[in-house]
Design a protein around this ligand. Sequence first.
Ligand code: IVH
Length: 723
Amino acid sequence: MSTLAGKPVEKLTEHEAARELERLAEEIAAHDRAYYQEDRPKISDAEYDALRKRNAAIEARFPRLIRPDSPSHRVGARPSEKFAKVVHAVPMLSLDNAFDDQDVTDFVGRVRRFLGWGDDKPLVFVAEPKIDGLSASLRYENGLFVQGATRGDGTEGEDITANLRTIKDVPLRLAGKAPKIMEVRGEVYMTHANFAALNKRQEKEGKQTYANPRNSAAGSVRQLDPAITAARALNFFAYAWGEASALPADTQWGMLQQFKAWGFQVNPLIRRCETVQAVLKFYREIESRRAGLGYDIDGVVYKVDRLDLQERLGFVSRSPRWAIAHKFPAEQAETVLLKIDIQVGRTGKLTPVARLKPVNVGGVVVENATLHNEDEIARLDAREGDTVIIQRAGDVIPQVVRVIREKRPRSAKPYEMPRKCPICGSHAVREVDEKTGEEEVDRRCTGGLICAAQAVERLKHFVGRDAFDIEGLGGTYIETLYDAGLLKEPSDIFALTRKQAELDRVLREKRAEQSAERRAREGKAAPGSKAKRKDEGESKLIENLITSINNRREIALDRFINALGIRHVGETNARLLARNFHTIGEFMAAMEGKDALEQLNAIGGIGDVVAEAIKDFFDEPHNRKVLAHLLKEVDVRPMAAPKVSGSPVAGKTVVFTGTLEKMTRQEAKARAESLGAKTAGSVSKKTDLVVAGPGAGSKLAEAQKLGVKVIDEATWLKMIEGL
Ligand code: IVH
């Protein structure tokens, strides 16, 4: 560091002042980069402010020396918060995928069956390119753009209004007549030309470059400084909508035309298709034009055109029944498999990972690929030293597709999966399924609680984005704190907030160890004065960490359940459980009761395997203990029943039986569930209502025996009319 840095401003000569301003401009810009773009501040706010203050003081003394790139031109400094959260009035969902023609044919068949439509009834689809960017929701009130948000987790996104305003494809005012409230949704993306220009600029300015246009669009839209977003030329295609006080059309096609009339860009390649053959023809045409479009697409989307049919079809968990994404095949490349490593996951699963000679696959450098399990390695006959074909598609982990046998070195030996966990040394076994008597494909470490890898992975899952979402507590911290004995189970994370001194010591030691290693590597001497300044930065980090842990002492029930890491219970099943039991108390009471399995099996969407896994989790005393410890530290917010104001069936258990005339049974059940009812396949004393059509047999009899209320389809429809 320059010795000028410590010299009082009033003692600087003009020449020294110029040098100091140059240094400060550079240093502050570097910290801005670390803070804004890498989300990784290197110094404390106070230190940062001191740099800016010194810069301002020198400029005040020597106004002639103010540089064109002076940090003082950038107003606003650091915003105290990141983006505000926006709750989506209508969730932003994703699409189910089709990978081949058969999947598409099946999709169309499913739609027809759900609607109870024969093969001859005309059914129109709108086919659209699937833009590979990031989705955004733009809210217009009385025709004016008032708020824009990212998709986030689908329920809650980030407020990026200021950034979206800088995109020229986003009209600030809708042309012509517009409903009072209209949320237009679509994709923010970056063209190939703008992507190349941006990366060239970044490189010239010594800044980080982006791997592909999608990351670059995402990075640009999430800039805290809208001026940066503005400089990065983004585009927007409109293709969907959220909350709307009125809809200007009754088809998808009509909506897209209206979007254009309002001033949006709608993809010019969209087409109406009336048959499976027509949608598949569209797919092939778009695929052949893909390289020349000037922006990335990763498939095409088919949507049922009529909105009334879309409404009837509704949703299955996170995706609409009325649409599907037909993905383009993954991109492939050839490289060398250098080594096979084993990773141990949170459930003890041993996953072989291929370490590869770095290779560019469709714009992304790939160095690792999954080999899934030993059966897969055997099937591929993959060996260290082999030349392999790998592929990647979207955000999924790259895979090894096949081995090029002709290029195999003579010395290459068949791979043997270890029989012991590489982390804890416990036996690693393939369990035998009790029912089928077959060996499971995965080999698992039997170390359970003593296996550090499992414990660490569970903790990582616990703090992850879809679970407790604890900012600043990344994988490396967890490993360090686990090794130091400060973290064993989830409740220990919250206990950290009372162990500031220990936390401080452990992280300091770790850092000292790291820099000693680095110095040894680089052959440098011991640290000088810089160390103290860095230490202060560290205290700030610890303070921030404690704040973000404390911020998560209250959590929604579905996130809480997901965080527990119960086998087979991810985001979707956690949500189903939360919706069903509403509070953590009810959930635990039910799981510790005698009819736990019955209760789980009654939940639509929870199958046998999942139900067993949940029951097993609660049968294990250790898990109950961990849970009890955790509940001393956090409050779990109850999950409200789905939005069903005025619904007479909310919370009720309904059974449909016999033939329904106006809709299929599947549709009737879906509709009932959307109104907050639970549906069941059989009648018991917990059933509140039976809807019986002609031909109802034993279920009707059972209902009559138990005195459960029975109504016919017409009465049912009347009951839910207008909801
Ligand atoms: S429709 C309820 N149409 O694909 C359905 N999505 O995999 C809303 N996407 O999150 C989505 N192009 O980000 C739709 N023409 C298109 C699309 C499209 C790209 C993205 C979108 C969505 C994702 C689902």
